[in-house]
Design a protein around this ligand. Structure first.
Ligand SMILES: Nc1nc2c(c(=O)[nH]1)N(C=O)[C@@H](CNc1ccc(C(=O)N[C@@H](CCC(=O)O)C(=O)O)cc1)CN2
Ligand SMILES: Nc1ncnc2c1ncn2[C@@H]1O[C@H](COP(=O)(O)OP(=O)(O)OP(=O)(O)O)[C@@H](O)[C@H]1O
Length: 181
């Protein structure tokens, strides 16, 4: 896919995301999707720019929580434990736990996105951070990647590129979408 095509898909998905959706329904569906994973280390995210909000479902999780930290350009994310402490500002307008918090390796990741399709492909902000991170994690440990989105963020087809890491499930305010193998 050309860079221009991808940028156009991203812009379309972000415009749809701005319309939002039913955040209470989203929390219900995400909480249900996380319920089988009690006890596991869960990575959430701190929402920005109209992203779906995973925080109420994160609070309901019975297990360790962590949040992503951008350690630099073109490198995988790291994850630091979060137990409700104040966050500190990072690159791109993100907020993350202070460097004093221990690094955790997540087993379940709630993945933010601009757009998704029914095959489990995802388009983000273009940094490739979650692709790099999921590739690295999947080389070493079993992980479950849960994309979180409002249903309006669905795109008909996102051409998969060799480096794209598929989502295991996408949870939307209209329920879960399970990609067909
Ligand atoms: N809430 C949240 N936290 C997150 C992410 C996310 O998507 N959402 N990330 C997901 O990876 C990581 C942060 N990565 C990000 C990467 C790029 C941009 C960004 O704003 N990019 C610019 C273009 C920057 C450039 O190319 O120089 C932009 O979109 O305008 C934001 C976050 C980790 N934390
Ligand atoms: N595993 C990887 N190793 C090296 N480079 C990668 C890897 N995954 C992605 N990239 C690079 O990252 C760039 C951005 O990828 P892409 O446009 O898919 O980002 P995105 O999924 O939209 O962003 P993000 O994951 O940060 O939300 C690509 O140009 C690609 O070269």
């Amino acid at each position: 896919m050309s860079g221009a095509d991808k940028a156009a898909l991203r812009a379309r998905a972000l415009a749809a995301r701005a319309r939002g959706g039913d955040q209470n329904a989203l929390t219900r569906h995400l909480t249900a999707a996380l319920a089988p994973h009690r006890g596991k280390v869960l990575s959430g995210y701190w929402p920005m720019r109209g992203e779906a909000d995973p925080r109420p479902a994160m609070e309901a999780h019975d297990g360790p929580l962590c949040l992503p930290v951008v350690p630099g350009r073109a490198v995988p994310l790291v994850f630091r434990r979060w137990r409700g402490e104040p966050l500190v500002p990072g690159p791109f307008g993100t907020l993350h736990p202070a460097d004093s918090q221990p690094v955790l390796v997540p087993q379940i990741l709630i993945v933010p996105l601009a757009g998704f399709d029914r095959q489990g492909n995802r388009i983000g902000y273009g940094g490739g951070y979650y692709d790099r991170t999921l590739q690295l994690l999947r080389e070493t440990v079993p992980v479950t990647a849960i994309g979180l989105a409002f249903a309006v963020q669905e795109l008909p087809e996102i051409p998969a590129e060799p480096f794209d890491q598929p989502l295991d499930v996408i949870v939307t305010d209209r329920g879960p979408v399970h990609p067909q193998g």
